[in-house]
Design a protein around this ligand. Sequence first.
Ligand code: ASC
Length: 129
Amino acid sequence: SLAFAADPVTQRQDVFKDYKKTFGPMGDMVKGKTAYNQAEFAKLAAHLEEISKQPWQYFTPGTDKGKTEAKAEIWSKPAEWKKQITAHQAATAELAKVAATGDMAAIKPAFGKVGQSCKSCHDSFRKAD
Ligand code: ASC
């Protein structure tokens, strides 16, 4: 591989930075901290669905060392970890689907379910909060 290619830890952390840039503004709209913009929210939700497919490939063997919050359980309990990812991806897909309708009564619980799926995985597989 190329010497200048980013290491897998940096690559997955870059995706999680994108999560923050995407999920943060969505949360602001859901909470009424910023005005709800249906098109913008739907665009962010579609992007969230896409990036929810990306970071997991960068959790390569041996990358629980150094500047990472990944727990060794990711590699010692791969089935449990994959189950969390599958639930998370189902939640982001559902959120993108309801975001397209603009129905805030459906968006709110779907957004909450995505947040729960983030937290649930962090509780078992991430070191810090
Ligand atoms: C966020 C964020 C998370 C999730 C989680 C939701 O904004 O950074 O990890 O939401 O806290 O419970």
